[in-house]
Design a protein around this ligand. Structure first.
Ligand code: GLC
Length: 768
């Protein structure tokens, strides 16, 4: 039988390739820079991650010499009769090239019976999905190629040379770069191939594996245990464009309430209402700004979700009112596991409404978490999400301000949940194997919708487990780190890779969760985390407590200095959140995000950028009082001394215990807010703009900071310029008149200028 040549048929945005063996593949053009690749029959499948729709896009699809070429303005894709595919940029330079050789699995020199021997001493065996049984993509690796993204994975900024798994996992042991998986699965990968950026987003929630040049310097690979192979090729002029394209594909982070950018304090172990008040008073007495206190699992009655322990918290509504009075918001933890306990309303009601996941035999599936024997809400079912949302009335009605979702990988103390446990996939019968990595995503979705409906405010949901796209519903934290210098070091790449992966709103437990912190470590952590979007100190039961006043001086004063500094930067962070929402630009950025043409920054793990204007280079090593700082192109101003330093060089920065080396980029400006002990819904009465250098312009965003009125135009935008020694402020939008600052100050070098609002315009009134 003679083979037919490869053919390509275009239908609207989709090119259908038919190979000589008569199998087919679809390439769906979403935009110039985004092309989805999947089997034809996977095209209509709903995605939990992707929110963008294919846009009308000019492209060509032709077949020449038996090879199909799909060309947009940004991407050139070639598909060959033997199923291989290569992707080039608009100038036909290589981006993603199929590897044509045979894979060579690593020789681990281990016989099967030796694995159990190793386990006897407590060694974890090497666990890897069976790549031969999985669907795999293998791509050529350039000697120079660097990788970023993948969400919360451990280790370093550049992921090259490591392997990772996407299977949400709760493992509280000290997480180091040998951990292949953590709590989240965010399968977006960015590559820089000879400086040319691209992205690959593998949208399949089943367990998957990525090897980034560990197995071989010749290739990298992605494998997933169950089809379809469904992925997106993402292009962009610069790495920042690729990141923005991915953010638009899966949805950007919604603007949070302003107070959520303040300092937050938590501990697994605060015992009762009097202790919560004591902690709140401790912050105020020690002049330590703080916006939120957390209630960990101890507040519940026998760890039953949506209950309060009557002995320890006899009147939670009154307690929350007292905290509000003192300027603290209250955030309560909610785990998914519902205690199997007839007579407990949540369990009885859930059982009645059939909202729990089931065994294949049709019984409610039971495992064990904090409350003992527990059942698991089936969040893939819209009805369950609705029901779960309603349960939150018990909390929102008494004034709870935010919900912290934990243990939602989901965690199970009595061994793994079997793969064939029956879970729902948006109402369709499915399995744990498919829905596992989506569990935290769907739980966050339920919580987000409930808080929005019940409070009318922008929901503050924090989740530990997530999938790509969860950023639309929740902020995330990196789970159970330890009070170790290695974990302080890991915070920077971890948060930067989160933000590259769509999650601009992320944080780690400042000070470290497990193990005992030290005064020096806590001090360096509060400095290093100064711009961490989620700024929360949290520690574990049984570890040294982490209230800053317990450490005496100089820890207390330095901690206070940085909390106060954080509040000054909140208007800048809020502006960056507005940009994250509108333009998909991360708040906290690795240097490579902005300087991807500078090979020197590819492996920087101990510096980060905050927006365009600031570079932080924290001390993350014990005992150091100075450090080397690489300053990229441009000129930089030492935040503390005002000294101008040329970029593209490494400098030694002085960093005594109380100093975070921090630099402003010449030619930029930042808003510098008033001092606060905590944030309220009241607008600031004045705003200062600090200019780095002698010429800069800046767009500042302002709204009420708590509800959705901004979506109806209730916001202000200020265009601030400084040139030739003169400031000017133009109001480009004034949809939130109640918020307009009566007074604005512009500070440039040692000069300050005052401007006042008169008849809707800012007039210069003073100079000194
Ligand atoms: C998990 C969480 C941790 C929390 C603890 C008790 O370990 O990661 O943050 O404090 O459970 O709820």
């Amino acid at each position: 039988m003679s083979e037919k040549p490869l053919s390509a048929q275009t239908n609207q945005n989709t090119v259908q390739i038919t190979f000589p063996d008569q199998t087919q593949l679809a390439l769906q053009v979403f935009s110039d820079a985004i092309i989805r690749v999947c089997p034809i029959d996977a095209l209509p499948a709903a995605s939990y991650a992707v929110v963008a729709k294919p846009q009308p896009t000019q492209f060509t699809a032709t077949v020449k010499n038996g090879v199909a070429a799909i060309n947009t303005a940004a991407l050139h894709v070639k598909v060959y009769p033997d199923h291989h595919m290569d992707v080039f940029d608009q100038n036909d330079r290589e981006l993603i090239m199929d590897y044509r050789g045979q894979r060579q699995p690593l020789n681990r020199d281990l016989a099967a019976d030796e694995t159990s021997l190793l386990e006897e001493e407590g060694h974890a065996g090497h666990e890897e999905i069976d790549a031969t049984a999985a669907l795999t993509l293998t791509k050529q690796l350039d000697p120079d190629e660097a990788f970023y993204g993948l969400g919360d994975k451990t280790g370093f900024m550049n992921k090259r040379g490591y392997e990772y798994e996407n299977w949400n996992t709760d493992d509280p042991a000290p997480q180091m770069e040998n951990f292949t998986r953590l709590y989240k699965s965010i399968p977006v990968l960015y590559g820089l191939r000879q400086g040319r950026p691209y992205g690959l987003f593998f949208d399949n929630p089943y367990r998957s594996h990525v090897d980034l040049g560990k197995e071989s310097p010749a290739y990298y690979s992605y494998s997933v245990v169950h089809g379809p192979l469904n992925y997106y090729i993402i292009g962009g002029h610069r790495l920042a464009d690729v990141v923005a394209n991915y953010a638009h594909l899966t949805g950007t982070v919604p603007l949070p309430q302003r107070w959520t950018l303040g300092y937050q304090h938590s501990r697994y172990g605060y015992q009762d209402a009097p202790e919560m008040i004591q902690i709140a008073d401790g912050f105020r007495q020690h002049d330590l700004p703080c916006d939120a206190l957390y209630f960990d699992i101890d507040y519940m009655h026998g760890y039953r979700v949506f209950t309060w322990d009557p002995g320890r918290y006899p009147d939670p509504k009154k307690l929350i009112a007292q905290l509000h009075e003192k300027g603290f918001k209250a955030v309560t933890i909610i785990d998914p596991g519902v205690k199997k306990d007839p007579g407990y309303t949540v369990y009885d009601d859930g059982k009645k409404h059939k909202v729990f996941v089931k065994t294949p035999a049709g019984k409610n599936y039971v495992n064990r978490v904090w409350p003992g024997r527990t059942v698991y809400p089936d969040f893939g079912k819209p009805k369950t999400r609705q029901w779960w949302g309603q349960c939150h009335l018990a909390l929102t009605k008494i004034g709870v301000d935010g919900i912290w979702n934990d243990m939602n990988e989901p965690a199970s103390f009595d061994g793994p949940i079997p793969d064939d446990t029956v879970f729902s996939d948006n109402g369709k019968k499915s399995t744990h194997a498919k829905m596992h990595n989506l569990y935290g995503h769907n739980m966050s979705h339920a919580t987000y919708d409930a808080l929005k409906e019940q409070t009318g405010r922008r929901p503050f949901v924090i989740t530990r487990a997530a999938y790509a796209g969860t950023q639309r519903y929740a902020t995330v934290w990196t789970g159970d780190n330890h009070s170790l210098w290695a974990h302080l070091q890991m915070m920077i790449p971890q948060l930067c890779n989160h933000s590259m992966s769509g999650f601009s709103f992320a944080g780690t437990d400042l000070g470290g969760f497990g193990s005992d912190t030290t005064p020096e470590l806590l001090t360096r952590w509060i400095e290093a985390g100064l711009f961490s979007p989620l700024f929360r100190n949290h520690s574990a039961l049984g570890t040294r407590r982490q209230e800053p006043w317990l450490f005496g001086e100089p820890t207390l004063s330095i901690y206070r200095k940085y909390l106060k500094l954080r509040y000054r930067f909140i208007p800048y962070l809020y502006d960056l959140f507005a940009l994250a929402q509108s333009a998909g630009k991360p708040v906290m950025r690795p240097l490579v995000y902005d300087f991807d043409e500078d090979r020197q920054v590819y492996d920087i793990d101990d510096e980060y950028l905050i927006g365009d204007a600031l570079l932080a280079a924290p001390v993350v090593t014990k005992g150091k009082t100075s450090r080397l700082v690489y300053l990229p192109a441009g000129q930089w101003i030492d935040f503390w001394t005002g000294k101008v330093i040329p970029g593209e060089q490494e400098i030694r920065a002085a960093a005594p215990l109380d100093t975070l080396p921090l630099y402003g980029r010449v030619g930029t400006m930042i808003p510098w807010g008033p001092a606060h002990q905590f944030l309220t819904d009241e607008p600031d009465q004045t705003m200062t703009f600090k200019v780095f250098g002698d010429t800069a312009s800046y767009d500042h965003y302002q709204d009420d900071g708590y509800d959705f009125a901004y979506q109806k135009g209730e916001f202000n935008q200020y265009h601030v310029t400084f040139a030739q020694g003169k400031p000017a402020v133009t109001l480009t939008t004034a949809g939130y008149p109640a918020g307009l600052y009566p007074e604005i100050t512009v500070a440039a070098g040692d000069q300050t200028f005052a401007l006042q609002l008169e008849n809707g315009k800012y007039q210069l009134i003073d100079k000194n």
